[in-house]
Design a protein around this ligand. Sequence first.
Ligand SMILES: Cc1ncc(C[n+]2csc(CCOP(=O)(O)OP(=O)(O)O)c2C)c(N)n1
Length: 621
Amino acid sequence: MSKILEQVNSPADLKNIKIEKLEELCSEIRALIIDVVSKNGGHLASSLGTVELTVALHYVFNTPRDKIVWDVGHQAYAHKILTGRKNKFHTIRRKGGLSGFPKPSESEYDSFMAGHASTSISAASGMAAARDLKKENYDVVAVIGDGALTGGMAFEAMNNIGASGKRVMVILNGNEMAISPSVGAMSNYLNKIITSPLYNTLKNDIEAVVDKIPTVGKKMLTAARRVEEAVKSLIVPGALFEELGFRYFGPIDGHNIPLLIKTIKNVKNISSPLIVHVVTKKGKGYGISEEHPELFHGAAPFEIETGENVKKKSVPTFTKVFGDELVKLAEKDKRIIAITAAMCLGTGLTGFKEKFPERFFDVGIAEQHAVTFAGGLAACGLKPVVAIYSTFLQRAIDQIFHDVCLMNLPVVFALDRSGLVGEDGPTHHGVFDITYLSMLPNLMVLSPSNGDALRALLKLALDCGGPCAVRYPKGSVPNGVPVMKYEIGKWGIVKEGKDGYILAAGSVVGSAFEAVKMLNSEGIDVGLVDCYSIKPLDVEMLNGILKENKPVVTLEENVERGGFGSYISEVSSSLGFSNLIKHIALGDEFVQHASCAELYNITGLAPESIAAKVKSLVVPH
Ligand SMILES: Cc1ncc(C[n+]2csc(CCOP(=O)(O)OP(=O)(O)O)c2C)c(N)n1
């Protein structure tokens, strides 16, 4: 292990290190992060960008008494390393190992869970309110990126704290990037602050003023503030944050440790909401990720020398099939519009953006706005496709209900990462969407299990004239799947069976097929149905299957409650059947992080477990 990091087992140890040595410590932390992420994959660029900031925060504050709330939490690897977890850091994102995100059950230094964006200021303000109500005394710091600041909740929280005057420090980490370059008026505003030439010439003066805050007398402080305000009103047009009730400090170089420590120390006792704006470089300290921060935002395992992925995929992913097909469909239909909430690359829309820039909208991390924006487009005769990961669309359930389904507007929801996502864990698994989508009247829910199905169902969704969700998993499309005709409200029989049926929805069809082969080899003749139309169901086929009075096993990568299986049970009982129907689905608990293959074993979705379950139910013919 590295020399200085060896001495740091907790933030208390950090305080014994001389400020001059902290830069070296940062290099050692970076080397550890790069080494481990190159093996385990993870959020490299964001975590590399915040190493100095993390060191400075733990140097100044007394955690865990003082609370640091990380927004998204993907930038908190240095925080994990400094807070007693450096020896376990090599296990990050692995089964049973450290989580890739802050997790209070993992460490008392993780004050709040995260994974979804734009929550930190709200959580920090709740903590500050609790502190004040309980007459306690500690600092609360929210660390939020300029990307996460585009999310509505961040503004809601600022609106609230700015008026309440609560003592909360917000560290705004500006790197001009979300996953892709940050978008929107707020981002333009922040860039203006950073690049203002007038600002840069006056920067040292502001630092000098900030430096004096704790030592000057009351009169001097007022005078200093006046000077500072005057300077700032020159350089920060509108002084937006100040108008919202925050004292604003910065921007300062987020890689300059002495400056960070000095500034944070000097402003931390100001008893009002404050923002310290730091400027960092995403991917800092690893040339390849500095050049390609988008690719190294969430990196798969890679070779350190070249940055190349260790496991290159030859088969296209569902994401790629979706992106390519949408471009093809949009070539023929000018009404098709693509919308992303800051996830252009992740949702496969890069090709669409390049080909149809005027029909592509990146609204920032604003899933709720994305959905209602699509509602507006659809109300005016266009065909919006809102491409959002299943887990992040949870943010917008009310907008799907209120701004789309109630008016039966033709909006297509393309839900990538539907199902278990592996190493990112419980904040990112898309295992609730069948439940939250199929409860809504008017909304159709389609679930392709392969590339052909995705292409066909996307077209059907765009042509159906109402709201329609197409949900598909992370990962590559399977090879060699049976050719089928796709229709909304219909299913496809993959294999007939005499002893019973597996009804599988979406990604799990492949596992079910393997299970059926295993059972066949043991003389058990189980059939398999690809139930790609989850809502509406193929009632005719369901009726036919139930009439045979054989056991039925439903299979899905969604929670059981309100899922596909429970829908089948409801419909079959309302049709008057009392067949033995068993559900294979996820239980009433959060699935933790591990590889997808490990998670299928743990959750009973692997072919062997499916075969065992079916075997326990059927009586061979
Ligand atoms: C609600 C939600 N939408 C989308 C995402 C995916 N996501 C993770 S990090 C990120 C960008 C965050 O940018 P920023 O806050 O500036 O942090 P940086 O990575 O630049 O340090 C996005 C879009 C998310 N985590 N949560």
